[in-house]
Write a new protein. Sequence first.
Length: 259
Amino acid sequence: MYIDTHVHLNADQYETDIDEVIARALKAGVNKMIVVGFDRKTINKAMELIEEYPFIYAVIGWHPVDAIDCTDEDLAWIESLTVHPKVVGIGETGLDYHWEKSSKDVQQELFRKQIKLAQKVNLPVIIHNRDATADVVRILKEENAEKTGGIMHCFGGSVEMAKECIGMNFFISLGGPVTFKNAKMPKKIATEISLKHLLIETDAPYLAPHPYRGKRNEPALVTLVAEEIARLKEIPVEEVARVTTENALNIYKIKCLKD
């Protein structure tokens, strides 16, 4: 059995066939999915999904690209939603210096606020990092993010950075890019980082694994991520499934597979 630890089933791309997408995931052995909401629209949809499907959980927060749009009222609303027992994390938050919609200062301020929120409600924080590694690590340290720990979502950094994040009580999550032929760094992470520190995800509908690269991704394909990690580590895929599932249940504080 597998857990897709980061998926956007709340995206418009699934508006017409979400039941079929979910059915394919369950058939593939993906028995839990963590849906991430990162603004008003996607958070509302995530909350609807966790009410409708017993095996779907939510992570809620505000994306760094849209940090300029986030108000204190929005953060208070997010905090109010964390009382729901199936809200299991804060995020995705972090820094994204690729896009210029929100300035670095605005992103960093909101990042700090969401780390503090995660600590207040005792939930893990899920990190988005694009072209901002040094600042992400610095802020995590300055804000004592190890208090709650969390997940480095769709990790693309070095082995050294991965070890630094693991030292702060973070799991390293790998997605579709680990299956790409030219993805040297994710493959190195999969090879050198112990399975006890790894998670698997799709980030669907984005980043579909090989041989579906460029097409719409979906949670059933997280199995291909697990298979590539197993190939690189030269271990059975069942071992990858078992350990990454245990890791996900632990970090998200999900009590059992049957709830």
